[in-house]
Design a protein around this ligand. Structure first.
Ligand code: ZN
Length: 92
């Protein structure tokens, strides 16, 4: 998969998961005990989405030439460099 397209998907999953978690916190603070099952479901969805983003980032965000990871010390980068930091190959 194209690195830049993979980064867009990973960002969507990660920030979508963070947004769902925020919605769960907001729901809990506004409705307290009335909607606890909904809060649990939203929390699980948010955590699974963010974890999937990190796992897919580890798998997909790699140099197509040498296979070096493009994660920044385990963090998802906000943008990709133009060239691979390990081998110098241009990243599509
Ligand atoms: Zn490389």
């Amino acid at each position: 998969m194209d690195c830049r397209r993979a980064l867009k998907i990973v960002h969507g999953l990660f920030y979508g998961g963070a947004g769902i978690l925020l919605l769960a916190i907001l729901t809990l603070s506004l409705f307290r005990a009335a909607l606890v099952p909904l809060v649990i479901i939203l929390s699980v969805l948010g955590i699974v989405s963010a974890a999937a983003a990190i796992l897919l980032g580890c798998r997909w965000l790699r140099c197509p030439r040498c296979g070096a990871s493009l994660l920044l010390g385990g963090r998802i980068p906000s943008s990709l460099p133009n060239f691979c930091p390990a081998c110098g190959a241009p990243l599509a």
